[in-house]
Design a protein around this ligand. Structure first.
Ligand code: ADP
Length: 556
């Protein structure tokens, strides 16, 4: 029957009708056709604050409509006289003068001759629903704002400002400092002119986390604290000046929530209402408010936790970068220092071999050759370290030009052939046309191929075979270094290109490298627009393929 738009034809009297509606538990008011109150149920007594006796016989438009809606009340009456029901949100007034928003349904009642004999109004208080909606919106807004990536200071300020004045009149964010004190790091007040009071407190009245005040209590217990009624006279104040400040702030109601994230207390949030005398709403928080404050605290703590984690991560990254720079500087300096005496060793060996210091016996010549090989090996290792450091610090210049592959092959072969022979390995090299050019830094390309061939040599037992081949593709030139050596396990095929990674060697084979050759070679190849890949089978051998780009406009 509620909300119908057709007139109701009832055999009941108005009172009977109203009694029926009273069972709904909503406030029910019935009037006669002149608008004089004839029925006022218990729910109406509770909602409006008037007893039935007080209002019986009075004109309803002079009793319930709020001041803003008296005019509207006349218009509603017109609708009802036409025989239509009216339903809508309507501001109504209590006996004490306070107003609230009600959902009102007014229905005209007619007798059998279709004469209007009265009106039945049912009203429902919407303010609780309104407040619930406002709270939901408040939390949603807070979540949106706090989810933005903010700096620490901004996050704290936002957290303080979000709730004033929509939720409370005053808010203070506390953070525990290294000094063991809870500092008021951000605050907001409905009356900005009073914010300095909180700053005065922060300056002159530090809060120890061991103290008994609400904030330290919450910081220690991790539990929210709700004080619906606060009176300055009850406060335990350290001195008269503090009492003066407390009086000027005049807090009426208080909620303190811990800013708790991942089990850690990041601080506390104080939300308060203040008296109208002190520029506030004079409102008292209720249980629901305390719960909202707790939710706001959770949102704030998460935001704060994120900011702090990010800050820690950035600090750690800065420290790691600093450590890496120090490591690179050390490696560069050390390699440089080692290279000078090594070059001297090479020079003096050469001097001796040339017999400039007198005749050399055959046995001495063999020893000199060993010294020279060791010197070259060490120089190669140090060069790799230097290249790695330079590549890492971006101090590596590339001169990319059209390079004849055949000439690079010849240089490389000269370097590795003696060692291949010494170890008893067979070597084959595909013929390359002098005209075949690639885009490369010739010195770096040489280093790549020396690295790959030296590896093939290191990881292929005597009697094995090493082959260098080329395929000229339409878009690239592929250079392959194939060996019949020990191979690389499938799960290490990518890892071998990482710096300092070496596949576990059998204890008999002493590793001669430091695991930088492939990392450097791939880096070089990539900087020249190409790449290096590997295919391998343990016990069968490995094939490293260097892809190089071709000069544009040159033959495919
Ligand atoms: P290293 O100085 O140890 O040779 P590399 O970066 O050149 O450093 O190679 C990394 C690792 O990859 C080597 O320690 C070795 O275990 C493996 N490896 C490289 N080339 C070969 C190959 N041709 N055959 C088998 N294993 C290889």
């Amino acid at each position: 029957m509620l909300g119908t738009t057709t007139p109701t034809f009832a055999p009941f009297s108005v009172e009977q009708h109203a009694q029926l509606l009273a069972s709904l538990g909503h406030a029910v008011i019935a009037t006669d056709e002149r608008g004089l109150i004839r029925f006022w149920n218990r729910a109406a007594e509770e909602l409006y604050g008037w007893t039935a006796d007080e209002v019986m016989g009075r004109d309803v438009t002079s009793v319930t409509p709020g001041p803003a809606s008296e005019h509207e009340a006349q218009a509603i009456m017109q609708t009802l006289l036409r025989g239509e029901s009216w339903r809508g949100a309507f501001e109504v007034r209590r006996k004490d003068g306070t107003t609230f928003l009600a959902d009102v349904t007014d229905t005209p009642v007619f007798d059998e001759q279709k004469n209007l004999i009265g009106i039945v109004g049912v009203s429902l208080d919407l303010s609780a629903q309104r407040r619930a909606e406002e709270r939901a919106r408040f939390l949603a807004d807070a979540a949106r704002v706090l989810a933005l990536p903010l700096e620490l200071h901004e996050t704290l300020t936002q957290l303080a400002q979000l709730s004033v004045p929509v939720f409370g009149d005053l808010s203070v964010v506390y953070r525990v400092g290294d000094d063991g004190m809870a500092h008021r790091v951000a605050s907001a007040h409905v009356d900005p002119a009073r914010r300095h009071l909180i700053e005065d407190l922060e300056r002159d009245y530090p809060v120890s986390v061991d103290g008994s005040a609400p904030v330290p209590h919450v910081l220690r217990s991790h539990q929210p604290l709700f004080l619906p009624e606060v009176h300055v006279r009850d406060l335990d104040v350290p001195d008269e000046r503090y009492r003066e400040i407390a009086k000027a702030l005049d807090v009426c109601s208080l909620v303190v929530v811990p800013l708790l994230a991942r089990g850690r207390v990041r601080g506390a949030l104080v939300l308060a209402t203040v008296s109208t005398r002190a520029g506030g709403s004079g409102r008292r928080f209720v249980e629901d408010d305390a719960r909202i404050a707790e939710s706001l605290g959770t949102l704030g703590a998460l935001a704060l936790d994120n900011v702090l984690l990010l800050r820690d991560a950035e600090r750690a990254r800065g420290q790691a970068e600093e450590a890496n720079r120090a490591k690179s500087a050390f490696l560069a300096a050390m390699s440089h220092e080692l290279r000078t005496p090594l070059n001297a060793i090479g020079g003096y060996v050469e001097l001796l071999e040339m017999e400039l210091r007198g005749p050399v016996t055959d046995a001495q010549r063999v020893d000199l050759a060993r010294i020279r090989r060791s010197q070259q090996h060490l120089t190669g290792l140090i060069d790799n370290v230097l290249n790695f450091v330079r590549a890492e610090t971006g101090h590596l210049q590339f001169r990319i030009e059209n390079v004849s592959l055949a000439s690079v092959f010849r240089d490389v072969e000269d370097l590795v052939l003696p060692q291949l022979r010494t170890k008893g390995l067979r070597f084959s090299r595909e013929h390359v046309d002098d005209a075949l050019k690639v885009r490369a830094d010739s010195e770096r390309l040489r280093q790549i191929l020396v690295n790959l061939l030296t590896n093939a040599l290191k990881y292929t037992p005597a009697g094995g075979e090493i082959a260098l081949s080329v395929s000229d593709r339409r878009d690239a030139v592929l250079v392959r270094v194939r060996d019949s050596g020990i191979g690389i396990p499938a799960d290490m095929l990518e890892a071998v290109f990482e710096p300092f990674v070496q596949v576990g060697q059998p204890s008999t084979a002493v590793s001669e490298g430091i695991g930088l050759g492939l990392a450097i070679s791939r880096d070089f190849a990539r900087r020249m627009g190409g790449d290096i890949s590997v295919e391998s089978e343990t016990g069968v051998g490995s094939t490293f393929t260097v892809r190089l780009t071709k000069p544009s406009g040159f033959g495919a």
